[in-house]
Design a protein around this ligand. Structure first.
Ligand SMILES: Cc1cc2nc3c(=O)[nH]c(=O)nc-3n(C[C@H](O)[C@H](O)[C@H](O)COP(=O)(O)OP(=O)(O)OC[C@H]3O[C@@H](n4cnc5c(N)ncnc54)[C@H](O)[C@@H]3O)c2cc1C
Length: 318
């Protein structure tokens, strides 16, 4: 069926918002089980831009983020799932008749719904703009996800760029210290309170000889996705082998809130059980927007288990 122009009359077994690895893994299982499923995606997930190899995805040692996204989409479409590029802005309804509206005013309905909307991350500002980072993010030597990419810094002179509060930045430095002792931290938040170090974190930085700076970034120089140097607003020029961004992750929960889904204290969507069903009957959640770490295998697994549960639910309960 593939990319399509759905009509308002189309009624799906399941609509999935989010075509990252979680949503597509769910679509693969549902389509394979003959369910009529449609995935919406606005392509802001990190793997759409990750040209670096993902070293820890089980069974896929050479895959890049971009390739993984392409292969999952092809597999889902080949099995009969539908896919639409677009931004879902409104959601309503109840079990058996959920309704979605896109930014363009298109309407869709389905018996069940899955939210696999992921988390948003903050890039460091470069002269007040975040867009310059897109040339380098996950392309060569600029990293974001300690649980995924910390080993990439092994033995490398590494700069942690901390855009949020200092606890996050020091936490990333502690994680990287398992791989490199040649570490510096740059605190870039313009909020002085956020840059303030607790006595315990200050002591850890001192004890481990970590260089610390507080400044903002004026310019990034680089070639072919690799950062060569960073110019600070103070005029200082920094050159490192690796640049590791520590930034707050903000779960994308606007649609969940429209439906009245329970949120966890971390701001993620709180599933009722490990299968991803929620407090609103007929709505499931999968991937990074659940309260757990960011990781491809987990996102795929939670997409898969939610899809199995949806398929069983459609068979036995509807
Ligand atoms: C730089 C970087 C490198 C990483 N490297 C690794 C690695 O090496 N190994 C590893 O295991 N993990 C890695 N990760 C983590 C991994 O990328 C995530 O765990 C995974 O992408 C989560 O998948 P997801 O489907 O839950 O969410 P996402 O991939 O974030 O996808 C969610 C999608 O939903 C879409 N969306 C959200 N709201 C809407 C809406 N209203 N309408 C339409 N679409 C919407 C978004 O645009 C997005 O495309 C990395 C993360 C980053 C940031």
């Amino acid at each position: 069926m593939n990319d399509m122009n759905s009509t308002p009359e189309s009624h799906y077994d399941c609509l999935i918002v989010g075509g990252g690895v979680a949503g597509l893994s769910a679509a693969i299982h549902l389509a394979w089980h003959n369910r009529k499923v449609l995935v919406f995606d606005r392509r802001t997930g990190p793997l759409f831009f990750t040209l670096n190899k993902l070293e820890n995805v089980p069974g896929m040692p050479n895959i890049t983020g971009v390739k993984l996204q392409k292969e999952l989409l092809t597999q889902a479409k080949d099995l009969g799932a539908e896919h639409m590029r677009g931004n879902v802005t409104k959601v309503s309804g109840t079990l058996g008749d959920f309704k979605l509206e896109t930014e363009k005013g298109e309407h869709f309905s389905a018996k069940t719904l899955m939210l696999a909307t992921g988390v948003a991350r903050y890039h460091p500002n470069v002269n007040g703009e975040w867009e310059p980072c897109l040339k380098y993010a996950a392309k060569c030597n600029m990293f974001y996800c300690p649980d995924c990419e910390a080993p990439e810094t092994a033995g490398k002179k590494t700069l942690v760029i901390s855009t949020g509060n200092s606890t996050g930045g020091v936490g990333t430095a502690k994680h990287l210290y398992n791989f490199t002792k040649d570490l510096s931290v740059l605190f870039t938040s313009e909020d002085a309170e956020k840059r303030e170090l607790s006595p315990k974190n200050q002591a850890w930085l001192d004890e481990h000889n970590i260089d610390v700076r507080e400044d903002t970034i004026k310019n990034i120089e680089g070639k072919k996705g690799c950062i060569e140097s960073i110019e600070l607003t103070s005029g200082e020029q920094l050159t490192y082998d690796a640049y590791f961004v520590s930034s707050p992750k903000v779960p994308r929960t606007d649609l969940a809130e429209q439906l009245g889904l329970d949120l966890a204290p971390t701001g993620h969507i709180a599933p009722l059980t490990q299968r991803g069903n929620t407090n609103v009957e007929g709505v499931w959640v999968a991937g990074d927007v659940r309260p757990m770490t960011q990781q491809v295998a987990i996102a795929m697994g939670t997409g898969n288990i939610a899809a199995i549960h949806i398929d069983q639910y459609l068979t036995y309960k509807l």
